[in-house]
Design a protein around this ligand. Structure first.
Ligand SMILES: *Cc1c(COP(=O)(O)O)cnc(C)c1O
Length: 356
């Protein structure tokens, strides 16, 4: 009965279902393998003991956190918006710019939230396929042509792309920003710490550009739900009209700031994970019938026969990886997040025994 009341376009939707099975090693969600740094735990403990004023609503503008981010990036505070994960900012961007039936251009395969948020917002997602035979490389002219022919309000591009791991060149970002001045160009850099370059350097040149970053991956803070956008002031001002008030809890603002300021620790973790990525790639390539795609992120897309069955078999042995079920292209792959050395070795050992 209640099902008859739901908006018709959502009738066949299935609620997001994170894999909740017991495991030894969790390499399915691109999380960091690192616990909160000891230094930050101590700082946090002191603040909690002093009384963190949790009876008050949080700072709705996340001022202290934005100051810290602004100093690091060299981007004016007025151009920074903080969200409950960068997920929330994707939704806020769609709701800010995309009216009923208006178009959002996004790649496929890529992060599923671009399309989902567009549909929920009443817009229309137009997907541009990244070609498997081309290692899923971006062909930026196809995005530019689609943005123009569809009069798109938004183009969302993910670099490194999830789940394929490939990068979008800065010169391509520059090209689409200048060729599509009436379209907002969103660059999702959720994994950019593992690739080393950022479109943030282009912000002074393009008022239609916005870059999304998150604390969930390289900063090891998926549990606090915190992300942010970097853009010109005018863009940030428009987004703030739609962003829900008090969207970041006081504790999340605090932890994000403390971890961001503990730079040496985080940078060492990133360096370690990049080394582990290269180790994992090299070792995976040695296994029978397994091939890997080059990755600029903290995960690797791996092609193997019977991917779905292999993922299930790994799960039975306590190793969680991302499977794409029977999806047309991705169904031939599994995505493995890069863990610490011990976790990676468990994965390698189990995968070897399955494949041989
Ligand atoms: C994980 C991820 C995000 C963001 O996650 P939040 O936890 O909401 O910040 C955004 N984009 C991509 C492509 C991701 O994989």
């Amino acid at each position: 009965m209640i099902k008859d009341l739901i908006r018709s376009e959502f009738k066949e939707f299935i609620p997001y279902n994170a894999n909740q099975v017991p495991y030894r090693v969790k390499l399915d969600a691109n999380e960091s393998p690192f616990e909160l740094p000891i230094k930050v735990r101590k700082q946090l403990a002191d603040i909690i003991m002093e009384g963190p004023s949790l009876y008050l609503y949080p700072d709705t503008d996340s001022i202290e956190l934005r100051k810290t981010l602004s100093a690091y990036w060299g981007v004016d505070m007025e151009g920074i918006v903080v969200g409950t994960g960068s997920d929330q900012l994707i939704q806020v961007l769609v709701n800010t710019f995309v009216g009923k039936g208006e178009k959002v251009i996004c790649p496929t395969p890529s992060f599923s939230m671009y399309k989902l948020d567009t549909i929920i917002g009443g817009g229309t997602a137009v997907e541009v396929p990244l070609k498997e035979e081309n290692n899923f490389a971006y062909e930026i002219d196809e995005f530019i042509d689609k943005a123009k022919s569809e009069a798109a309000k938004l183009v969302v591009l993910c670099t490194p792309n999830n789940p394929t791991g490939n990068l979008l060149a800065l010169k391509d970002i520059e090209k689409i920003c200048s060729m599509c001045p009436k379209t907002v160009i969103v660059i999702d850099e959720a994994y950019a710490e593992f690739a080393g370059e950022s479109a943030v350097t282009l912000l002074p040149k393009f008022e239609n550009l916005i870059v999304l970053r998150t604390f969930s991956k390289a900063y090891g803070l998926a549990g606090i739900r915190c992300g942010y956008s970097l853009s010109g002031k005018e863009m940030a001002n428009e987004i703030n009209k739609v962003r829900p008030p008090y969207n970041i809890s006081s504790l999340s603002q605090l932890v994000a700031k403390l971890v961001f300021e503990d730079r040496e620790e985080i940078e060492a973790q990133i360096k370690y994970l990049i080394e582990q990525r290269e180790y994992l790639c090299a070792e995976l390539e040695k296994i029978n019938n397994v091939s890997v795609l080059p990755s600029g992120a903290n995960y690797i897309l791996v092609k193997l026969p019977d991917a779905k069955t292999v993922a299930k078999e790994l799960e039975k042995r306590g190793v969680l990886v991302r499977s794409f079920g029977d999806a047309p292209v991705l169904g031939k792959y599994i995505r493995i997040s890069v863990g610490n050395k011990e976790q990676n070795d468990v994965l390698l050992e189990e995968l070897k025994s399955i494949m041989n």
